[in-house]
Design a protein around this ligand. Structure first.
Ligand code: FES
Ligand code: FES
Length: 1012
């Protein structure tokens, strides 16, 4: 049919299929790539456009329904302020506010948010916060926690009303002393009205170190270097290109949890018009590999094939199809004939290692790692003994034992997995992919595809969120095999249902804690026994479980004599089951560990009548002490002891407690009651946590830097900004060394042909590892600049200037007498005038240590004791992440991380029926928090200077995942006595715990609590 639209003010027409959605037509016919695909069911809002001024989801609307209407997309909103000689009005105030406030992380949801806000402000120029949150409620964001987008819209509304708004840097809360943290409503930028959640100012509350105050770019709330293009919805993501002749790939998935393919016939599918290729296990080489994107050698078993004659979970791959269109590819899938021999399946990890259990990996090509034993369905095994646990237990007055559980949850990045592959003009295979690990993709896929790595180029465009899910080499081989088979470009993009059934997830675990404690609160021994379920493949099986112990069990060493010689035991079995594989997910095993550790600590404090904050700090590891696990374990490699050289935990506890009003609320039975609502109870809880920063002696980051003839710089990094702002903080570190503003550093990441190697975005390492590489490259470049500047300045002032006396600042090189030459003059001199050279350098860095960030997480809840419903009212997190390079991006990480962790705490869980079929396959079944459901979020940074990094930084990205669930669990216990041992804390579990309490369940920690 013929479609007529007014698209962004222009009359357009197209010939379309009647069943085509508006989203497909906008992207494929009109090249409007600011409209994003995040699902197919109208639930994520990424595809929002304005239809006659009203926001609609274009993925669930037929294009035909839009015939004759006016469609507005982000492409018509604002323009880049610099367009050469053509003057522009610049960005729209909404875009400007999103850029300035740090409301953009990955930016995949940003066009939808801006369009929704535009519709709101057109109707209501003076919206209350609740109006803004309601307007954003149809757009899911997995990155930001919605705080900064709400602030951005309120700010833009004020600008549009002609009001003055303060500069963003002015909203940074001043340095304060311990114990005098202002309440949120006292902070600069506070709105201060009781109905307003967004009270904390755009920037976080910070205790700034002396060092950071002397820097000019490091420590400043610089807008992200990619924010302007993302605010404009530019075609920056993997799927935002069209190529002539590009095919669409689809995967046939297994309907059985465990089966052998007895017969497979693709003849009918191949015969279908428009089908370019169908591949089954018979058509491609059988190469065993791991999809876990990790450094060489991969610390896990090789147990996966691109296609196999056996399927191991509902959703496993059976065949690949490439066709001219998605509809044809879907038809072809239905024509593939498969006969299965259904095998007995293991769905419960407890059964996996039982005698006579079905063996999931019986393939002869299986390559074990460490103690993996496929004959017993064991993907990995860890046993760590530090000190003498039994002696420690014998020295305890009481031994506390309990079993806890954490669920399987999904990363749920709004951009699904997506890849485009093609042969370039040199017949090299180009893989354009939304990955966190471009260099690992190239190395790991080369043998699978039968190509040497040098014949592969991996390009990583902007990533629409990853959170560990894209640390998996999971989709690239599908498209690549089909490009090899057809010679044509191929796009493979997962559906949301595939994300839930076929992508990776967080390892669910059952964890037994056993802790010996003296009556004075000294921990004498601590033991954790983990059963982790890796699903059908062992991706990250060993390292995730290792991290569970390495970080969560390292925090509490005990006091007194135990500080020097703690007694800690960690035992983990990671087993295969016939469920979708787990993998990397932000926090990487540590959130799994802190749920039991911090729930357990809370129960101990209550049983012994101790103060929860004092008990934790009494036993927590301190500055100058050994990270106990560093003496015993290093991901299957030789351990090297590490001393903690920066630790702000005590101050984090004090600042967080002051901010949430701990002293007034904890143990206050009057505060717990809600006036006029006897069924409601308030509660407050805490969890203290630690993480790591990178993997020592293994993970490397590289950077290259060159000067241009206007004195600007190109910084090329292999590091992978997946929305976290790493390009920005790397640019800031280079700018600081070079004495230029951030805008003079053009950052590019990442492309295996052009950027130096970097292990990729994981283990919270980019700011630290890649940052140190950037600083190294920048210092080499600065040295060359000083040399040349010294000669130029000497000639200029007629007196010898030593290179070491030259200072770089404000785009100039300064002599001690105040004379200067600009960097542009130096660049012109070096490139065109005298002793020509390209001033450039590379840097690379591997850390010998993994300095832990620390944090205190506080939560306030209200529990309905009749229904078990929990409302989280407030989350306050005080974090020691070393020096904060950029408070805007770092606080965005904390807010977004706390929000993901909130889902882990109260509602996110992937479950399976008795046949192993997933129950949650869409955002309708799997709830992630929406803008109008959020509690108040408050971030406090307690800066310390980590001496192992040139700017004193530690990681920030993962630690916000660790403490929310146990803090909420502890707050629920505080509110009503419901002692929920299994996360998430659903109304049913709280209700059951309360029923247990009512029927006077006895046992630890007290008869006043009930378990769930
Ligand atoms: S892509 Fe349309 S709502 Fe998700
Ligand atoms: S910034 Fe919203 S999904 Fe990433």
């Amino acid at each position: 049919m013929r479609l007529r639209l007014t698209l962004n003010g222009n009359r357009v027409t197209a010939s379309i299929a009647p069943e085509a959605t508006l989203l497909e037509v906008l992207r494929q016919e009109f090249g409007v790539f600011g409209v994003k695909h995040g699902c197919e069911t109208g639930e994520c809002g990424a595809c929002t456009v304005l239809l006659d001024g009203e926001p609609v989801n274009s993925c669930v609307m037929l294009a035909a329904q839009a015939d004759g209407k006016e469609i507005t997309t982000i492409e018509s909103v604002g323009q880049h302020p610099e367009q050469g000689w053509r003057l522009t009005a610049g960005l729209d105030p909404l875009q400007q506010a999103f850029v300035e406030t740090g409301a953009i992380q990955c930016g995949f949801c940003t066009p939808a948010m801006i369009l929704s806000a535009r519709a709101l402000l057109a109707e209501n120029p003076e919206p209350a916060e609740a109006d803004v949150r309601a307007a954003l409620s149809g757009v899911l964001c997995r990155c930001t926690g919605y705080l900064k987008p709400v602030q951005a819209i309120l700010r833009a509304a004020a600008v549009l009303r002609g009001e003055e708004v303060p500069p963003i840097a002015g909203t940074l809360a001043p340095t304060m002393d311990l114990g005098v943290a202002p309440q949120a409503e006292e902070l600069p930028g506070a709105a201060g009205t009781p109905e307003v959640l967004t009270r904390t100012g755009i920037l976080p509350q910070m205790r700034v170190t002396t060092e950071a105050r002397t820097w000019s770019t490091v420590g400043r709330p610089e807008p992200k270097v990619d924010a302007v293009k993302l605010a404009q919805g530019k075609p920056a993501f993997t799927a935002d290109i069209e190529m002539r002749g590009m095919l669409v790939a689809k995967v046939l998935h297994s309907p059985h949890a465990h089966a052998r393919i007895k017969r497979i016939s693709a003849g009918k599918a191949r015969a279908l018009a428009g089908v370019a290729a169908v591949l089954t296990w018979k058509d491609i080489p059988r190469v065993v590999y791991s999809t876990a994107g990790q450094s060489d050698p991969i610390p896990g078993p090789l147990d996966m094939f691109s296609l196999d004659e056996k399927v191991r979970f509902v959703g496993d791959r059976v065949a690949f199809v490439a066709a001219e269109s998605e509809a044809i590819a879907e038809q072809a899938l239905a024509l593939i004939e498969v006969e299965y021999e259904v095998l007995p399946a293991i769905l419960d990890p407890q059964q996996a290692m039982a005698e006579g259990a079905p063996v999931i990996h019986d393939e002869p090509e299986y390559v074990p790692f460490g103690e993996s034993d496929p004959s017993r369905n064991r993907a990995a095994h860890i046993h760590i003994d530090i000190g003498d646990v039994e002696k420690g237990m014998a020295a305890a007055d009481e031994i506390f034992e309990e079993t806890y559980e954490v669920p399987k949850v999904q990363q749920a990045s709004i951009e699904p997995h997506v890849v485009i592959t093609y042969w370039d003009e040199d017949d090299r295979l180009v893989i354009r992919t939304s990955t966190q690990v471009p260099f690992h993709v190239r190395r790991q896929l080369a043998p699978v595809l039968g190509l040497p790595p040098k014949r592969i180029r991996v390009i990583k465009p902007r990533i629409g969120g990853g959170f560990g899910g894209k640390q998996e080499v999971m989709v690239e081989d599908v498209a690549a095999h089909l490009t090899i088979a057809t010679g044509r470009p191929v796009r493979f993009e997962t559906t949301r249902a595939e994300e839930f059934t076929f992508a990776r997830s967080r390892h669910p675990m059952r964890i037994r804690m056993r802790t010996g404690v003296r009556r004075d609160g000294t921990i004498t021994a601590n033991e954790m026994t983990v059963l982790s379920d890796t699903g059908a493949y062992g991706c990250h099986a060993l390292t995730v479980a290792g991290n569970t112990g390495h970080k969560a069990m390292a925090l509490y060493v005990g006091d007194g004599e135990y500080r020097k010689s703690p007694n800690i035991r960690f035992h983990a079995d990671v087993v295969y089951t016939n469920t979708p594989p787990a993998g990397a997910f932000r926090g990487y095993g540590v959130p799994q560990g802190f749920w039991p550790v911090e729930r357990h600590m809370e129960r101990i404090t209550r049983a012994l009548g101790l103060d929860p904050l004092e008990f934790r700090l009494k036993n927590a590891v301190r500055l100058g002490e050994l990270q106990p696990f560093s003496t015993a374990w290093s991901e299957g490699r030789e351990p090297r002891p590490e001393t903690i050289q920066s630790c702000g935990l005590e101050e984090c506890v004090a600042q967080g407690a002051a901010a949430i009003g701990w002293d007034d609320k904890y143990g206050n039975s009057r505060w717990r009651r809600v006036a006029g609502k006897p069924h409601l109870r308030r509660g407050i809880g805490v969890a203290t946590v630690m993480q790591g920063t990178a993997i020592p002696y293994l993970d490397m980051g590289g950077a290259s830097l060159k000067i241009n003839d206007d004195g600007s710089f190109n910084l090329l990094v292999g590091a992978t900004d997946l929305g976290t702002g790493s390009d920005t903080v790397l640019g800031q570190q280079a700018a600081e060394v070079l004495g230029v503003p951030l805008e003079d550093v053009i950052v590019y990441s990442s492309d295996t042909d052009f950027t130096p190697f970097d292990k990729g975005a994981y283990a919270s390492s980019t700011t630290y590892i890649s940052g140190a590489a950037v600083v190294q490259a920048a210092e080499k470049v600065a040295e060359r600049i000083r040399l040349r500047a010294a000669r130029m300045l000497s000639e200029q002032i007629g007196k010898k200037v030593r290179p070491t006396a030259v200072r770089l600042a404000h785009r100039q090189a300064w002599a001690p007498d105040g004379s200067s030459v600009t960097l542009a003059e130096i660049a012109l001199d070096s490139l065109h005038h005298q002793d020509q050279e390209q001033i450039m350098a590379v840097g690379s860095y591997v850390s010998p240590v993994s300095p832990p960030p620390f944090a205190a997480q506080f939560a306030e809840v209200t529990v309905d004791t009749e229904t078990g419903a929990v409302r989280v009212d407030r989350l306050v997190m005080a974090v020691d992440s070393g020096v904060i390079i950029n408070p805007l991006t770092a606080s965005g990480q904390v807010e977004g991380g706390m929000t993901q962790a909130l889902g882990y705490a109260v509602c996110e869980e992937m479950t399976y029926d008795s046949e192993g079929r997933p129950r949650e396959t869409s955002f309708a079944d799997y709830h992630i928090f929406q803008a109008h459901e959020m509690p108040e979020l408050q971030t406090i940074f307690v800066e310390t200077v980590e001496p192992s990094h040139p700017f004193g930084v530690k990681a920030v990205a993962e630690i916000p995942m660790d403490g929310v669930a146990p803090a909420v669990g502890n707050a629920v216990l505080d509110a009503c006595g419901a002692d929920v041992l299994k996360a998430p804390i659903t109304p049913e579990r709280v209700w059951r715990a309360l029923q247990g309490q009512r029927s006077a369940v006895s046992g630890q920690p007290s008869a006043k609590t009930g378990r769930g």
